[in-house]
Design a protein around this ligand. Structure first.
Ligand code: CA
Length: 338
């Protein structure tokens, strides 16, 4: 039996050509009794071939993905591809419109509520539709995240360590295909309810990105997103042409890294003002501090040094100066032989 959904759409997923349409999500509220959230979705299909989901705005303050996807759907002619791409530039659409990580309607983190709920809040209803109606169609998903308000990241693509060896091998190939300045296989801090996990558990390929951050855009990070998406279409045999490696801060190589365990994550152990000692992309030796926390209410106190357990390359660092105890301030990665 087909799963019930409260979402409807004007898109015909089987039709060839380019369709710009909407997912209609009930959103009854004080000033709009039969109000509907009309989320943009584009499907571009040309005959047989793989089906990819390209999504952005899973967190609403991460902009490279949405910009690259909006440019892609305007520019791409169906004749340029084989197969089908389903593009949702703003997956947590209310959060995307508000420029917030979480939905302003129900406060939900879209990437912690999969597989969603038929009778849940608006974010859960969207997740439930994507889980039951979009994911069954696809071979792979590229969910384009960035650092958001709280982090600066080396523009990167990433996947998780997976137990299934064949699925892991397909993930590594799909990961390398993106050709970001850093491509990571990572241990994740918290996987429950992620879109990543939902796709992986269906035995399909899930690649995420982290492209910039600080809730801003840069020309280079947008270029990494745009180039990466087209590289991926070439990898899956959906588009003609050779892959291209974008340049980032003078780096012209795309390299594979790993975050083998949580020892590469550095957290603030106190509230205060965080002073980073390194920029993203820099290398830190084992035992060396990555920064220190000052105490504005007690400036005479020594700053608290933050040192990761392991050395490596700084993949990301905290963007805003003020930190609370428990905030991530840096994550490091090491080069991979895989
Ligand atoms: Ca994110």
């Amino acid at each position: 039996m087909t799963e019930m959904t409260r979402v409807s759409t004007d898109i015909d997923y089987d039709k060839n050509g380019k369709q710009h349409g909407h997912l209609s999500v009930p959103n009854s509220r004080d000033n709009s009794g039969w109000g509907t959230l009309l989320m943009p979705i584009t499907v571009i299909k040309n005959g047989e071939g793989p089906t990819l989901l390209l999504s952005g705005g899973n967190h609403g303050d991460e902009y490279e993905g949405p910009v690259a996807l909006m440019k892609l759907i305007r520019a791409l002619d169906p004749s340029e591809i084989k197969g089908k791409i389903i593009v949702i530039p703003g997956l947590n659409y209310p959060a995307f419109l508000a420029g917030k990580r979480l939905s302003p309607i129900d406060g939900k983190n879209m990437n912690r509520i999969f597989p969603g709920k038929y009778d849940g809040t608006i974010s859960e209803v969207i997740a439930h539709y994507v889980y039951h109606y979009v994911l069954p169609q696809i071979d792979a998903c590229y969910d384009l995240h960035s650092g958001g308000y709280s982090m600066f990241m080396v523009p990167s693509a990433m996947c998780h360590y997976l137990e299934d060896k064949d699925l892991m091998a397909r993930h590594i190939e799909a990961l390398k295909a993106f050709r970001a300045p850093m491509m990571l296989i990572a241990e994740e801090l918290d996987v429950a309810g992620m879109l990543d996990t939902a796709v992986e558990e269906m035995g399909k390929v899930f690649i995420g990105t982290e492209l910039g951050g600080g809730a801003i855009l840069t020309p280079e990070s947008v270029k990494v997103a745009e180039t990466g998406i087209r590289n991926v279409l070439k990898h899956f045999g959906m588009m003609e042409g050779e892959p291209v490696t974008p340049t980032w801060r003078g780096q012209t190589e795309a390299k594979l890294y790993e975050i083998p365990d949580l020892g590469y994550f550095c957290q603030a152990k106190a509230d205060g003002l965080y002073e980073p000692f390194y920029e993203i992309g820099d290398w830190v030796e084992e035992g060396a501090p990555v920064g220190q926390i000052h105490f504005p209410q007690s400036p005479e106190h020594d700053a608290m040094v933050v040192a990761p357990k392991k050395g490596g390359r700084i993949w990301c660092r905290r963007a805003p100066g003020m930190v609370e105890k428990g905030d991530a301030v840096a994550v490091l990665a090491i080069e991979s032989e895989k």
